[in-house]
Design a protein around this ligand. Structure first.
Ligand code: TRP
Length: 331
């Protein structure tokens, strides 16, 4: 049986890049798989989080998934800390993974920066918790971006070592689930930089909760160049903004770049921007409205997460019991 597990950090300020690069792909996964979508609040606190902001961001990510079309009844949506199995298995994996393995993790090096001595132990052990997230469900497929591939490799190493050390065949080796269609969305102010929640300019990104006027304004003000739009792919050379805006159009319209070039190649940016703004408002407006509605009723949203958490626990508790027996714990 195939089971998908995916974790997403509770970052506030979800934007078009999060939607087209990740969330929208998960919506499609639910057609073919049993999916578990986990808002990883325990991973979030590996660097300090303001408690109130963490609660809000956790709800915002859950609301974004639901508003985008993930069905929380057919799938499981919950926040990580509701299921203690993650922490329990992570401890076992702390004792399986080797220091040398974690020392090679490039994300730790990036996040810890120069002052490694001052990084939290949790940040260092982060990949072990991620392995626990996945393996507590015996998940077989994990949708991950490029930046998480090394962590997934480590997950496979941990599963292999556990199975070998205890001479069991308990954990499957999870495979990355790669998307052909994931779109890399760049900043609206600089087509060479990724769209980011931390960019100081709000004009650089379209937030998932922006209203129609704001979406249209940001697209109108998006950086362009003086030439008409290219009429073939080679024409994107040296024109990152044209490539980005046409790429966004293609993704939102569920078509490919060739189709957008065929329709708008050779035209002025002004005409195209109007069409892109209309399309973006039509696609994102209803999602933003629904997110807002869900966030305004946090009691209802929390009940969905609690229900998801219970169903998550029902899957992992027997697996944890199996692990504890194999390790030699009494109980
Ligand atoms: N580390 C992932 C990220 O930063 C989030 C994550 C945590 C995750 N646990 C996971 C992703 C398990 C996939 C599976 O994006």
């Amino acid at each position: 049986m195939n089971r998908i597990f995916s974790g997403v950090q509770p970052t506030g300020n979800l934007h078009l890049g999060n939607y087209l690069g990740a969330i929208r792909n998960w919506v499609r996964l639910q057609e073919d798989f049993d999916c578990i979508f986990c808002v990883v609040d325990m991973h979030a606190i590996t660097v300090f989080q303001d408690p109130a902001a963490l609660r809000t961001s956790t709800r915002e990510v859950a609301a974004a998934m639901i508003a985008s079309g993930i069905d929380p009844k057919a799938n499981i949506i919950f926040n990580q800390s509701r299921n203690p199995s993650h922490a329990e298995l992570a401890w076992v994996f702390n004792c399986v993974a080797r220091l040398g393995w974690l020392n090679r993790m490039t994300q730790f090096k990036e996040k810890a920066g120069k002052n490694k001595e001052n990084a939290s132990v949790g940040l260092y052990a982060y990949p072990n918790l991620m392995a626990a997230d996945i393996l507590a469900y015996k998940a077989t497929h994990v949708p991950v971006g490029e930046d998480q591939k090394q962590h997934l490799e480590l997950t496979r190493d941990i599963a292999t070592k556990f199975n070998n050390d205890f001479q069991v065949d308990l954990f499957p080796l999870p495979e990355p689930q790669i998307f052909g269609t994931a779109t890399r969305v760049m900043s609206l102010r600089d087509g060479t930089k990724k769209m980011s929640k931390s960019d100081p300019s709000a004009l650089s990104r379209i937030s998932m909760t922006d209203d129609a006027d704001t979406i249209a304004k940001k697209i109108r003000k998006a950086k362009t160049d003086p030439e008409p739009l290219p009429d073939n792919k080679d024409g994107f050379e040296g024109r990152p903004e044209a490539a980005n805006l046409m790429g966004i159009y293609a993704a939102l319209d569920d078509t490919d770049l060739d189709a957008v070039i065929a329709q708008y190649g050779g035209q002025q940016f002004s005409t195209f921007k109007q069409a892109l703004a209309d399309l973006a408002v039509a696609k994102l407006g209803p999602i933003g409205d629904e997110m807002q509605r869900l966030m305004d009723d946090s009691g209802h949203l929390d009940a969905i997460l609690e229900d998801g958490g219970q169903r998550a626990r029902a899957i992992t508790q027997p697996i944890l019991k199996e692990v504890y027996e194999v390790v030699g714990f009494l109980g």
